[in-house]
Design a protein around this ligand. Structure first.
Ligand code: FES
Length: 101
């Protein structure tokens, strides 16, 4: 099973290939926004994917458009609800909603 490391806490959990990062966070009991139904509605699940960007699902137009409207977006930015895990380990950083900021 691939591993998901969650920064800044440094917690690592086992995840299932194909599940969204947001679902993995919720299953792990992490503080997370309500899922929007994969419609990129809220943007509150903005995260940085530091490692494993090649193993996660490719960004689609809807996600790209939502990210364009968010302040603080960078090349590592993804929406956790629309990013599906692959077969390799991933490290993410929670921003705002789960980082304690
Ligand atoms: S939960 Fe879907 S955009 Fe945030």
């Amino acid at each position: 099973m691939p591993l998901l490391t969650i920064l800044p806490a440094g917690k690592t959990i086992e995840v299932t290939e194909g599940m969204s990062i947001l679902d993995a966070l919720i299953a792990a009991g992490e503080k997370a926004p309500e899922p929007c139904g994969d419609e990129a509605k809220c943007g509150a699940c903005h995260i940085f994917v530091h490692d494993g960007r090649k193993t996660v699902s490719k960004m689609q137009r809807l996600e790209n458009e939502r990210l364009d409207a968010i302040v603080g977006v960078g090349s590592k930015s993804r929406l956790a609800c629309l990013t599906r895990l692959g077969g390799e380990n991933v490290t993410i950083e929670l921003l705002g909603f789960g980082s304690g900021l």
